[in-house]
Each structure stands twice: as structure tokens, then as C-alpha cells.
Design a protein around this ligand. Structure first.
Ligand code: LFR
Length: 463
């Protein structure tokens, strides 16, 4: 994405888009990270001369490098089953309560900490001199410089969110060698300059700027909240990340029990949120149906009766790929609800379930952080999904402001622009998003009582 920023302008143009297709090997699920890097280089070629570059991507996953800085094998996908049972292994040494009190990260099988426990004893980890999170790996290949960007580092479950530094005691107790990680760097810091093989595409040794390299941190940075607004946000895409921007982490036992996470945002903020499985559920159904027309599917889903059956969209049982329509139907039956049959019914069941999960997360976050909100901002690809936005407004009982869909790219570009002195501060960044990006407001449907959502929620076990 190529961004343009001026005092009154903020624009994005897509230079190049490429698929990110994980590969299943007999040994497990892997990322084709060289394919992704080739896509990045094609993107630079298509973008041409730019003044600055920032890299963001998904959290938790990493590549291992040997002492010469060469990649040791394909990064493992967070949906790989290797982390089964790893939380229990960690808790046997560091009780779950202490792990949460010191890292603030929700218990989900994808956490880097659990991935590293699963890798303990492997030849690959033994041979590794360096671990780079995915956006940091791409940045390293572009610049030759190694670093660990803080917002993404916070997704590892190895950072203390009170201090923004490594959780040495936890790592030490679990035998995790923190010297594998490159030094921490923060959004706005310089990250190097393009090496010759990449500089040939942009025409010069373009500077690379550290951004909120966790895509969700970049997306939250571009939430179009107005000054003083009391807001929650939902970053929707493959995942739904629903919660609040806070100035301090919430590390209470109640927060742990509700499975809320304290990831770090830009400028020392805390992203207090719940990871919800998200539109992955629809993507996987479409993959198994061989269906590509999402517009038609959503139109049909809007026409079938709502809230007939719901599933717990934050349940990690839906994490792994495969058989998604069947698994949704099984989950409905297991909670004594009618199993959806047609594609439209299954899609509606998923969207109702996501809206319900959004409602639970937004309500729980307000209660646990004692931080009431008046509006929910929906950003990311799901902001284009009118049915999901309306259902979310209905379920939450407050207005939804939807957009921008490309929030992560905008947040990335705005942090670079700020580092170049083009924008003043976070408030000014958001104000620019409000002034320049098309946003759609969804009011909760009148006369539709909250009782229907409460009743649906009661059909599922919490949280
Ligand atoms: C979203 C995201 C989520 C993270 C998941 C796995 O793209 O980064 O925030 O929980 O992917 O990394």
C-alpha cells in the first residue's frame, strides 16, 4: 500500500496484492515466508519511489536464524497443533495466575511462549542464534538490521506490560533464552535503510521506519476516534480483536478468568482486548464449499432468520483449519440448538455468533477496566460487511462507526508520517483519519430489545 500524507490529506493506493497461502507438510503447517518476501519486493517495484517504508504483519510467529543470519527452515504457523498441551506444561512451573500477572496475555494456544516450549529440544531451536518476529524478519531482509518491535513483542507472552520490557523471571523459569531476541525498538524508531537488492526498486536507499509492527497495533492507531470520545474498537478480519485503548494494563484475576489480553499499542498505550476467532470461520466455510462470491453469501445470510443458533466464536476449538461447516453444526448440536444446514444459515449463524462475541467482549472490557464507552469503532476488512456491522450495533446496543477497512495500513503510514514530522501526535493522526476517510454509522435497530441477545448468550457457556 502506498500512502500519501499532507496537512489535509491522507490517501492509500494499493500497489500490489498477493495471497498468503500457508502450506501443509507432513511435519505440520508452515508459512511460505520467502513467497511473502517476494510479494513484498514486487510491491516495492510497483510502488516505485517512496520516502519511507514501514512493515507490519500478524503477531506471535517468528523465524529462527543461525549465527550467520540465515533463516533456519520455514516459520511454523500459529494454527499448527504443536502447542497442544503447552499451556499446561508452562503452568506446571509458572502457575497460570502468575503468568498472567507478569505478562497480561490471554491464554490461547497461539502464543509465542507456548510455541517456544513446543520447540524446546528440537535441533532447529538448538541451532538458532536469533529469533525474529515475522515483520521484523521482513525488515531484516530489507535492511540487514535486526530488532524486536515492542507492540508485536507484547504478543509473545514474554513482555511485562507494566514496564514494556522482557519478563525475565517467567522466561528464566521456563528455560526460554531471551538473548535469542534482538534488542527492542519502538514505533517511530529508525529501522535501517534498504539494501541494494531492494533499493533498486525504489531508486534509493529508502529509510525503513519502525511502526506498530503488530497489524492490530497499527489498526488501533488509525481508529477514527474523536478527541475525548469514550470508545471501544473491534479490528475485524481473519480475527476479531475487540476491546479498549488504556493507559495501564488490567492484570486482575477477574481479567484473567475472562481471558482478556494486555497487548501494547503505540505511545505506551495498552490494547486491552479479547482475541475472537473472527471471519476466519466464514473464510474456512467458503474454502470448504469452493465458494468465492462473498457478496451473494452475505445477501443470502441477511435474508434468513437471525439468532436461531449461535456458537462461541472465541473458543479455540475453531482455530485449526478444516471441516468448518460441520464443526459449526456440531457445536450447535452440542449446545442443544438447531444445526444450521444451508450455506446461508451457516453464514448467518457465524455472523450472529461474531456479533454476540463482540457484545460480550465490549461489555466485559468496560466492566473489567471500569471504562464505559458510548461508541464502538469497527475497523479492518469486516468494516465493509454491512450485516456484521449492523448486527454488532444491535448486539452491543450502542452505535457502530465502521471504517476504515484498511486501518492497519493507515496506522502504519501515519506513524511513519509522524516520525517525519508531518503529523503532530496520536490525536492529530486520528483527526486526520476522521477528516479524510469515509465512515459509516450504524445505529442499534429500534424496538429490537437486548433480550434476544441475552437469551442467545445464555445458550453458550461463558466467557
Ligand atoms: C491479526 C493478528 C491478531 C493475532 C493473530 C495472530 O492479524 O495479528 O492480533 O492474535 O493475528 O498473530
Amino acid at each position: 500500500m502506498v500512502g500519501r500524507v499532507g496537512p489535509d490529506t491522507l490517501g492509500l493506493a494499493e500497489a500490489h496484492r498477493f495471497p498468503n497461502r500457508p502450506v501443509r507438510l507432513a511435519e505440520g503447517l508452515r508459512w511460505d515466508v520467502l513467497g511473502l518476501y517476494a510479494g513484498v519486493l514486487d510491491g516495492l517495484r510497483a510502488a516505485g519511489g517512496v520516502d519511507s517504508i514501514g512493515i507490519d504483519g500478524w503477531g506471535v510467529d517468528y523465524g529462527l536464524l543461525d549465527g550467520d543470519g540465515r533463516l533456519l527452515g520455514n516459520p511454523v504457523h500459529y494454527r499448527d497443533a504443536r502447542t497442544d498441551g503447552m499451556a499446561q506444561r508452562a503452568w506446571a512451573t509458572v502457575p497460570a495466575e502468575r503468568l498472567y500477572a507478569e505478562t497480561g496475555i490471554q491464554d490461547t494456544p497461539i502464543n509465542t511462549l507456548y510455541q517456544l516450549l513446543a520447540a524446546q529440544g528440537t535441533e532447529q531451536l538448538a541451532a538458532a542464534a536469533r529469533l525474529l518476529l515475522i515483520p521484523d524478519l521482513i525488515t531484516y531482509w530489507l535492511t540487514g538490521e535486526q530488532g524486536t518491535e515492542l507492540t508485536n513483542a507484547s504478543t509473545t507472552q514474554l513482555i511485562d506490560p507494566r514496564t514494556g520490557t522482557w519478563a525475565h523471571t517467567v522466561a528464566g523459569a521456563l528455560g526460554i533464552d531471551l538473548s535469542l531476541f534482538a534488542p527492542l525498538r519502538r514505533p517511530g524508531d529508525p529501522a535501517g535503510r534498504l539494501l541494494a537488492h531492494a533499493a533498486e526498486f525504489t531508486g534509493h536507499e529508502t529509510p525503513v521506519t519502525t511502526v506498530g509492527s503488530h497489524d492490530t497495533a497499527s489498526a488501533v492507531a488509525a481508529v477514527p476516534a474523536t478527541e475525548g470520545e469514550r470508545f471501544a474498537y473491534i479490528c475485524t478480519g481473519t480475527w476479531s480483536l475487540a476491546g479498549l485503548e488504556l493507559h495501564a494494563p488490567v492484570l486482575t484475576e477477574r481479567s484473567r478468568a475472562a481471558n482478556f489480553t494486555n497487548e501494547l499499542g503505540i505511545d505506551g498505550t495498552v490494547r486491552y482486548l479479547r482475541n475472537i476467532t473472527g471471519l476466519w470461520l466464514v473464510q474456512e466455510c467458503m474454502r470448504s464449499w469452493g465458494e468465492s462470491d462473498v457478496v451473494r453469501l452475505l445477501r443470502e445470510a441477511a435474508a434468513v432468520p437471525g439468532l436461531r443458533s449461535v456458537v462461541d466464536a472465541s473458543d479455540p476449538v475453531f482455530l485449526a483449519p478444516g471441516r468448518m461447516p460441520e464443526r459449526i453444526a456440531e457445536a450447535c448440536r452440542a449446545t442443544a440448538q438447531p444445526a444450521p444446514v444451508t450455506r446461508a444459515e451457516i453464514t448467518r449463524c457465524i455472523l450472529d455468533s461474531l456479533a454476540l462475541a463482540h457484545r460480550r467482549a465490549v461489555e466485559d472490557a468496560q466492566r473489567l477496566a471500569d471504562h464505559p464507552v458510548d461508541v464502538v469503532h469497527v475497523v479492518g476488512g469486516g468494516a465493509r460487511n454491512r450485516l456484521l456491522c449492523q448486527l454488532t450495533a444491535d448486539a452491543c446496543g450502542v452505535p457502530v462507526v465502521a471504517g476504515p477497512a484498511e486501518a492497519a495500513a493507515l496506522g502504519n503510514v501515519l506513524v511513519q508520517a509522524r516520525a517525519q514530522g508531518l503529523v503532530d501526535d496520536r490525536a492529530a493522526m486520528r483527526e486526520l483519519v476522521v477528516r479524510t476517510q469515509p465512515l459509516t454509522r450504524y445505529e442499534p435497530t429500534r424496538g429490537r430489545d437486548a433480550g434476544a441477545w441475552e437469551a442467545a448468550a445464555r445458550r453458550l457457556p461463558g466467557p
